[in-house]
Design a protein around this ligand. Structure first.
Ligand code: PAX
Length: 147
């Protein structure tokens, strides 16, 4: 039996491949969807502590050139996250009307302010909260984490 972390990664890969097998998104949109998955989706992760953020921010390649200041990981099935795209359109921070709101389990990772890439250090905050994501395409897929 594979260790839990390997199983979690395999499950994420399988969900991603399944999702891509069922839809044929345009190239640019696909690239943004893949980036959204890498930066924001961790269905199996429990999250919630500083070590989780320190490890995940590095593993998901957000500490290579500089420390990304703030990033949210969503601990929900990708299909639950995609279903947020079907809710009512609301205004994004940039004024576009392609944002959607949902309530999900998250870990917010905030850089401490004193770390330097690639040794970025984070404070974690776990909660179940309202999130707003931007979606694009047909079918609509998440491409940006707004707030
Ligand atoms: P991004 O880099 O801002 O946007 P992030 O999750 O990596 O997101 P490129 O090609 O790079 O320009 N974008 C949009 N596409 C479609 N529709 C709308 N409305 C839209 N708005 C932006 C990823 C890509 O989406 C495009 C944008 O131009 C990018 O495409 O947030 C800074 C980061 O912190 C994260 C989210 C951001 O990174 P800020 O301060 O700019 O709002 N973040 C933020 C988070 O993870 N959790 C949070 O709670 C908040 C507030």
């Amino acid at each position: 039996m594979a260790p839990p972390r390997t199983r979690a990664l395999l499950l994420l890969l399988l969900l991603t491949l399944l999702g891509l097998g069922l839809v044929q998104p345009a190239d640019g949109q696909d690239r943004m969807y893949q980036r959204f998955l890498r930066q924001h989706v961790d269905p199996e992760g429990k999250g919630g502590n500083d070590t989780y953020c320190n490890v995940m921010m590095q593993r998901r390649k957000m500490t290579t050139r500089q420390c990304k200041r703030f990033n949210t990981f969503v601990h929900e099935d990708i299909w639950n996250i995609r279903s947020i795209c079907s809710t009512t359109n609301i205004q994004c921070k940039n004024g576009k009307m392609n944002c959607h709101e949902g309530v999900v389990k998250v870990t917010d990772c905030r850089e401490t302010g004193s770390s330097r890439a690639p040794n970025c250090r984070y404070r974690a905050s776990a909660s179940t909260r309202h999130v707003v994501i931007a979606c694009e395409g047909d079918p609509e897929l998440p491409v940006h984490f707004d707030r």
